[in-house]
Structure formats: structure tokens, C-alpha cells
Design a protein around this ligand. Structure first.
Ligand code: ARG
Length: 232
């Protein structure tokens, strides 16, 4: 019936925050990426219809989901306890740690977080990268004034190339993608042991079907094909 919180029917409207290649980004005006393909495949395999994709800033994804503007978030979103208070996650579908990205050929080549003392450090708002930046402020390594927050990492990489920020903290696979083609390079990594899940509303019982679909795709090679396509 149409009065349930899941939108009442077969359509799952996905949302994401582009500017995070190769998971989600815009190419020739079109939204593409690993998450886009994986989410669409999972929705269809689960027997639902893929609705309209909505592009949303990362820190607005969870409110958009809980308010019902979208039904599923596929945004390389790390499963965290804080987020689990607000939304439900699928089973994990990708693992990542954080990378410290610096300007290529710049004068800063830090080897550990201690070397970030005095640096101007940035991340995308609302991300686990930003949590790492805040930890550096809390322990006195970085001054609060030297923190830069970006609506998306594409803007951050521009600022890094231009010298407006010294360091970006960002998920490793995305750091590698930017390092391949932009004037930035990975200085070192921070082991965070993050896993990504797709987000759905806590009362949306279609989540179990999406999980079953993801498991099937992992077993039958569909998942590996997508990894090969987007990461190799
Ligand atoms: N994995 C990190 C987090 O969950 C960053 C995700 C950013 N995703 C994006 N589509 N911009 O906080």
C-alpha cells in the first residue's frame, strides 16, 4: 500500500554525492561510477525498479534519506555507529583506509601525522576524513584556523593544486584516482579499517532484499566484474 514509509512500491530512488571518483562522479554531464553500477544492479536483482538518481552534498545525504527524498544512499559511505543511530546500512561492500594527499613536487612530504604540525589540512564536510582532521585539531597538531572544509573533494583537490591547502585527508581509492592525473600525490596512509555500506531507512524492509542481491552478486562474479571495470 502507498502509506508505508518505503515509498509504497517497487521503485527505489537512489541518491549520491558525486565528485568522489571512481565511486561516483560526473562524466560528460552524466552520473557514473562503481556505486552507481553496483546500486542499480542490486536494486534490479532484488526485484525493484531503479528510480531517479538525486545528487546531494555528502553531509545532506542522511537527512535526505530519513526525510524520504531518496530511498537508498550509495556514496562510499563508511558504516559508523553515529550514522547507524539514524539510518540502516546494507552489509559491507568495500573496505578502505584514509590517505594523506599532498601537492606533487610540493615542499611538504610528511611521513606521519606528526609531520602535519602547522599544516593547513582539509577534508569534505561530514566525512570520516573530516573526523581525522578534527582528531589532529583535538591533539594540538593542527590549529583550528588551519582547517578547510569542502562541499566535495573535487574542490579540495583544486585548492591543493593551487596551494590553498597543504593536505587533504581522503579515502585511499579516491586519493589514488586523483593522484592519477592531477598534480597531487599520496604522502602516507592512516589505517582506519572502514567499510562502506549503502544506506536505507531503518524501517524500510526492502533492505533485506538488497542484502540478498549483494550477496548473490558477490558469489556469481558480478561484483568482481564491477571492481575490475572501475578500479583496474
Ligand atoms: N567514506 C567516507 C565517509 O563515509 C567518505 C565518503 C565520501 N563520499 C562521497 N560520495 N563524497 O565519510
Amino acid at each position: 500500500s502507498d502509506d508505508s514509509d518505503d515509498g509504497g512500491n517497487n521503485v527505489i530512488n537512489p541518491g549520491t554525492a558525486p565528485g568522489f571518483p571512481p565511486f561516483e562522479y560526473t562524466q560528460d554531464g552524466e552520473l557514473v561510477g562503481f556505486d552507481v553500477d553496483l546500486a542499480e544492479a542490486a536494486i534490479e536483482r532484488a526485484g525493484y525498479e531503479v528510480g531517479e538518481w538525486t545528487e546531494i552534498e555528502f553531509d545532506s545525504l542522511i537527512p535526505s534519506l530519513t526525510q524520504g527524498n531518496v530511498d537508498l544512499v550509495a556514496a562510499a559511505m563508511t558504516i559508523t555507529e553515529d550514522r547507524q543511530q539514524q539510518i540502516a546500512f546494507t552489509d559491507p561492500y568495500y573496505e578502505s583506509d584514509q590517505a594523506v594527499l599532498v601537492r606533487e613536487g610540493g615542499d611538504l612530504s610528511p611521513e606521519s601525522v606528526d609531520d602535519l604540525a602547522g599544516a593547513v589540512v582539509g577534508a569534505q564536510s561530514g566525512t570520516t576524513g573530516q573526523d581525522e582532521v578534527e582528531a589532529l585539531v583535538d591533539d594540538g597538531t593542527v590549529a583550528a584556523d588551519d582547517v578547510r572544509q569542502y562541499d566535495n573533494y573535487t574542490l579540495g583537490v583544486q585548492d591543493l593544486e593551487n596551494g590553498n591547502v597543504d593536505v587533504l585527508i581522503i579515502d585511499i581509492p579516491v586519493a589514488e584516482n586523483f593522484a592519477d592525473g592531477r598534480a597531487v600525490t599520496i604522502a602516507f596512509t592512516i589505517e582506519t579499517g572502514e567499510v562502506y555500506g549503502m544506506g536505507m531507512r531503518q524501517d524500510d524492509d526492502r533492505l533485506a532484499d538488497i542484502n540478498d542481491a549483494l550477496a548473490e552478486m558477490q558469489e556469481d562474479g558480478t561484483y568482481d566484474e564491477l571492481v575490475t571495470e572501475w578500479f583496474e
